[in-house]
Ligand binder design. Structure first.
Ligand code: NOJ
Length: 717
């Protein structure tokens, strides 16, 4: 496919179409309709068809429905411009992959690419050609429920996953069969909401915005992301859904985005409660004028843009520009040639290869946090599987599931019984703490404990229900919720080795269990193949290789705790009173960013640099020998961090600048070489210029972000 030609031809056809359109039809292309996520009413807005007021739909699922609506629309509208169906296909359409945060724990963007390809294939079959994914918001606050939907706290890692997700959804070119448009969201800094409260304000330095929050968007734009979603929040006092500077000057001019921007659901109307717009018309003016091409969802643009043009408040040329971009993408997608989908295509749902890929991804997401040797499980033991997640076929799917089928979920119980050669008893113990009536939990805990007492080993499957993380699911405490902590205490009391198997959409507080559990396995919410992946890890069929994409705090009050914080004048070394620390909690994360154990051990030695001098536009190579010195074959994630020792602005104490995941057989040794490019050392200075500054840098090759054992020095000249 000649991509440039494909674009040029589509653009030309879009221009020809534009010439035939009246203003109502043009604005119709900027208007999306569909089920309201808030009311769940599915509205087709047929009365709008004749005038051409519908350009896109959201939340209409399935080939039969999308075809039916498309047919109706095409039979009524004058210009027969097909609708573009969109959906929140966040981690799978029917086959549910692990939540994105879990996927980031693989440190293998290729697995995410594959998982997005599968999601695209399944939703494409249902007539959905545009997904509202990936979410590339950096999240430093686990109280924020939407931390589940992104790739964690680090800009470098998140950028890699942004690229991979866009490539997976969109394929080699826009319009490739079985691929869909990606939408990077939420532009911008949505994850930095104050107090971790979803939708709340964001106040940050422009340098942090440019260095931490914007790069994942830039990475996705460079990978060709066709669309971007404007976020609900304000940044420094200006709501993003009407933020001309961020949407037009930064996104389009500075970052080079050439696709279209869609608002978030109702985010334009919300300019009113923000106190930024005085009414709907004013909101439409600010949003569209500010650079939000398409409205999700409703008639605000249809109803107001004509008058705003008449009054000279909106330049009609801007309308043409937005329509052209949207139409060009519709032509590129091939919607005009083939507006329908073959319903037989839906036969690909839950295809064996989709399940296999979901399992492969899921088992690589699991992070082993602690292990006193109890894992992998030895054969022939009596295992007591206890806890609300043990047999749950919905919670483990996580937030933002699309059209899941709970009967396809492999529960932990099912997976373990299939794979483990030993006996397995199961009891719920208690609920998650979110049900109105939790039933007689004391009795349930008692019966679970009785079973635990008869076992050799207890696996406590605890954590969050699927709706405890995700949109509007912020929590003021990220302790293990409900009566589960009581359940764990009682299980520990039995004296049996207790493996904590924690499933959640965010980091939870594990301080109390770090030294008391026989093992802690963090499984997040892993999707359809949960049970298989968990059993693979617990039995040792797969040696865990997940590493945390986010820091795990010691207590909720310690939040935010992230590894790449700025150096302070009173660093916390725990030596003096006057240090940047708390009195009542240890310094640093309980489990730092990048942390993850294995059943084997890896030793690093012989760190060397290709040069200890780096040109401002150059690069050096950092090499280290990695040896598997333990008892099992396994995969390791070698991580490269830097520290810019002196800067014209205060620099982070560490920054991830490279990593490599590799598999080593027991006893095997390999050299890993990672390129470190000068441009990756750049930061935004006081004049808002991206600069690489001269001077001394430390480079660390590390097991995680807290590991400073192996370091070397180089100078940028
Ligand atoms: C609101 C959410 O913020 C966004 O992520 C989602 O894509 C839209 N609603 C559509 O459901």
């Amino acid at each position: 496919m000649d991509v440039k030609k494909h674009y040029a031809e589509s653009r030309k056809r879009a221009e020809e179409m534009l010439a035939k359109m009246n203003l109502t039809e043009k604005i119709g292309q900027l208007s999306q309709f569909g089920t309201s996520i808030y009311t769940n009413d599915e509205q087709v807005f047929e009365d709008h068809f004749a005038e051409g007021k519908v350009g896109s739909y959201l939340t209409i699922k399935g080939a039969e429905k999308t075809n039916r609506i498309q047919e109706l629309l095409l039979s009524i509208t004058r210009l027969k411009i097909p609708a573009l169906f969109a959906e929140d296909v966040i981690h799978g359409y029917r086959t549910t992959a692990p939540i994105p945060l879990a996927q980031a724990a693989t440190w293998e963007p290729e697995l995410t690419k594959k998982s997005c390809e599968i999601a695209a294939k399944e939703c494409y079959a249902a007539g959905i050609k545009w997904t509202f994914s990936p979410m590339v918001d950096i999240a430093r606050d686990p109280r924020w429920g939407r931390i589940a939907e992104g790739y964690g706290e680090d800009t470098y890692l998140c950028s890699d996953f942004a690229r991979a997700a866009v490539a997976g959804y969109q394929g080699d070119y826009i319009g490739q069969k079985d691929h869909v448009l990606a939408c990077m969201k939420h532009y911008v800094a949505y994850g930095a909401c104050v107090g971790g409260r979803d939708y709340d304000s964001v106040d940050m330095s422009m340098q942090t915005l440019f260095d931490v929050y914007l790069p994942p968007f830039k990475a996705g734009i460079d990978a060709g992301a066709a669309t971007v979603m404007a976020s609900f929040n304000d940044v420094n006092g200006v709501p993003c859904s009407g933020n001309k500077y961020l949407l037009r000057d930064v996104l389009r001019k500075k970052l080079g985005f050439s696709g279209f921007v869609v608002s978030d659901a109702n985010s334009v109307m919300e300019l009113i409660p923000h106190g930024y717009a005085k009414d709907g018309k004013d909101a439409a003016r600010l949003a569209f004028g500010g650079g939000v091409d398409m409205l999700m969802a409703g008639d605000l643009y249809n109803d107001n843009i004509p008058a705003l043009i008449n009054e000279g408040k909106i330049d009609p040329k801007l309308v043409d520009d937005s329509v052209l971009t949207i139409l060009t993408l519709k032509y590129m997608l091939g919607l005009f040639e083939e507006p329908y989908v073959d319903p037989d295509g839906e036969g690909c749902f839950f295809a064996p290869e989709h399940l296999e890929a979901a399992r492969e991804c899921a088992k690589n997401c699991i992070v082993l946090l602690e292990n006193n040797g109890v894992l992998p499980l030895s054969k022939g033991k009596k295992v007591a599987l206890v806890g609300p997640l043990a047999s749950d076929n919905i919670a483990v799917l996580g937030t933002w599931t699309c059209l899941y089928d709970k009967d396809k979920t492999v529960t932990i119980e099912k997976g373990l019984k299939e794979l483990y050669e030993g006996s397995v008893t199961v009891s719920k113990g208690c609920g998650y703490g979110d049900e109105e009536d939790e039933g007689d939990w004391k009795k349930e805990i008692k019966s679970a404990v009785a079973k635990a007492k008869k076992s050799d080993i207890v696996i406590a499957c605890v954590g969050e229900n699927r709706d405890m993380s995700g949109e509007a699911r912020s929590r003021s405490s990220i302790e293990i919720p409900g009566h589960q902590k009581e359940l764990i205490e009682e299980l520990l009391e039995t004296g049996k080795p207790v493996v904590l198997l924690v499933g959640a959409g965010r980091p939870l507080i594990l301080s109390e269990y770090k030294d008391r559990a026989a093992a802690i396995v963090y499984m997040w919410h892993l999707g359809t193949e949960t049970g298989h992946a968990v059993a693979d890890v617990l039995t040792g069929a797969h040696n865990p290789s997940g590493h945390l994409p986010v820091s795990f705090p010691r207590s909720t009050g310690q939040i935010p705790v992230y590894y790449n914080y700025l150096a302070t004048g009173k660093p916390a070394y725990n030596k003096r009173r006057f240090e940047a620390k708390y009195q009542d909690v240890e310094i640093g994360a309980l489990y730092p960013f990048g942390y993850g154990k294995s059943y084997t051990e890896f030793a690093y030695s012989n760190l060397r640099l290709s040069s200890d001098k780096m040109d401002k536009k150059g690069q050096i190579e950092v090499s280290v020998d990695v040896e598997n010195v333990g008892e099992y074959g396994g995969a390791d994630v070698v991580q490269l961090y830097i520290r810019d020792l002196i800067g014209s602005r205060v620099r982070p104490v560490k920054e991830l600048k490279g990593y490599k995941k590799l598999y080593l057989e027991k006893g095997e040794k390999k050299t890993v070489t990672i390129k470190l490019k000068a441009k990756d050392l750049a930061f935004t200075n006081d004049e808002m210029k991206k600069v690489v500054e001269e001077g001394e840098f430390l480079v660390f090759v590390a097991h995680d972000s807290s590991d400073s054992e192996l370091s070397a020095t180089f100078f940028v000249e």
